[in-house]
Design a protein around this ligand. Structure first.
Ligand code: KPL
Length: 331
């Protein structure tokens, strides 16, 4: 299912070796903000494809930790790669950032981008690979002069240790422009060549909103339920009571999305069961956030849905209940 991951021009590193040379196809420096599993996965693949990668870190402690090796480790399909990268603090530099990939948690996205606002201009390509909805709109309002690209992924990844990512499930990432539509063709042709050389599957969508909504709908069921029941994705399917709650919840979510995004895919109940089954052994990101005492993305998933529903005068009692329960479990 992978795209041909490595072009002949790139030297592929052997197991546990470091990528020593690579002939750059394009002169692109990619900055990555948010170095969780997905941020590291993309940073690693951009580096493997020959781009210069710079991580923007939020503390001196993280910077020092990264500089012990100055590389990102990627484990995938029983192979290990070490990809050299650079890192800097948000306020350390002043040079303009042209390619910025934002993979933070949704609640942190706006503030993180604002911390480097002085380095962004109209030529910047701002790509938001975030969960849920709401943060993208806040960034679009705060940065009206910069074309905003949103992305959503089904790749599965987890961090083994800081800056060491395992690509656990091969999925796809879809990108699309949500502002400055007049620049669509230029931006698309620019990014197309980057995506083509990546070892990740990436597609451009003319309308990314339905895809963001589809992901949100699934997350609005699996994420809070796994956190509330303190279980993995598969276990939410394991009782008749849980299944009937899921079914009712799906109906409520669809009633909102039918109005909000008529292009969403149908039969959420079947889709949730399929995804929970396919990722049965995984713990959802919300379960992991609660377990680690972090703020969750509930306001950008079920919260976004309820807020939109309120404007549409649609009742969402089940979603409101889930939000209340998650907030009670959150720090
Ligand atoms: O996207 C996910 C998440 O955990 O955020 C799911 C689909 C629930 C997979 O774990």
């Amino acid at each position: 299912m992978y795209n041909a991951p490595y072009n002949n021009q790139f030297r592929r590193c052997d197991k546990r070796n470091t990528v020593k040379t690579s002939t750059k196809l394009q002169d692109q420096t990619w900055y990555v903000l948010g170095v969780g599993a997905i941020g590291c996965l993309w940073a690693a693949h951009l580096g493997l494809a020959g781009h210069k990668v710079k991580l923007i870190l939020k503390s001196c402690r993280r910077l020092k930790q990264f500089q012990l090796s100055s590389e990102i480790k990627l484990s995938q399909q029983s192979e290990e790669f070490s990809i050299p990268a650079e890192a800097e603090l948000a306020n350390d530099k002043t040079s303009v950032i042209r390619y910025l990939l934002v993979c933070t948690k949704s609640p942190d996205a706006l503030q993180a981008i604002q911390s480097i606002a002085h380095r962004l201009d109209q030529s910047s390509r701002l790509i938001l690979l975030l969960n849920g909805l709401g943060a993208q709109q806040a960034v679009a309002e705060a940065f009206p002069n910069i074309p905003l690209i949103c992305a959503t992924t089904t790749d599965g990844a987890y961090l083994r240790s800081p800056f060491h990512v395992t690509h656990a499930g091969v999925g796809e990432t879809h990108f699309g422009l949500i502002s400055h539509q007049d620049e669509k063709e230029t931006i698309y042709s620019e990014l197309k060549s980057t995506f083509r050389c990546l070892g990740l599957v990436a597609h451009w969508d003319n309308n990314i909103y339905p895809r963001l909504c589809n992901k949100l709908m699934v997350n609005a069921v699996i994420n809070p339920l796994t956190a509330i029941y303190n279980c993995n994705n598969g276990e939410i399917l394991k009782s008749a009571d849980r299944l009937s709650l899921i079914e009712e919840l799906c109906i409520e979510i669809e009633s909102v999305m039918d109005k909000l995004c008529p292009d969403h895919t149908s039969n959420l109940f079947a889709k949730v069961q399929k995804i929970a089954h396919a990722t049965a052994g995984n713990y959802s990101s919300m379960h992991q956030d609660i377990a680690a005492g972090r703020l969750t993305e509930i306001d950008y998933i079920n919260g976004y849905l309820c807020q939109q529903a309120k404007e549409l005068s649609i009742a969402t009692p089940l979603n409101l209940k889930l939000i209340e329960k998650i907030k009670a479990l959150s720090p």
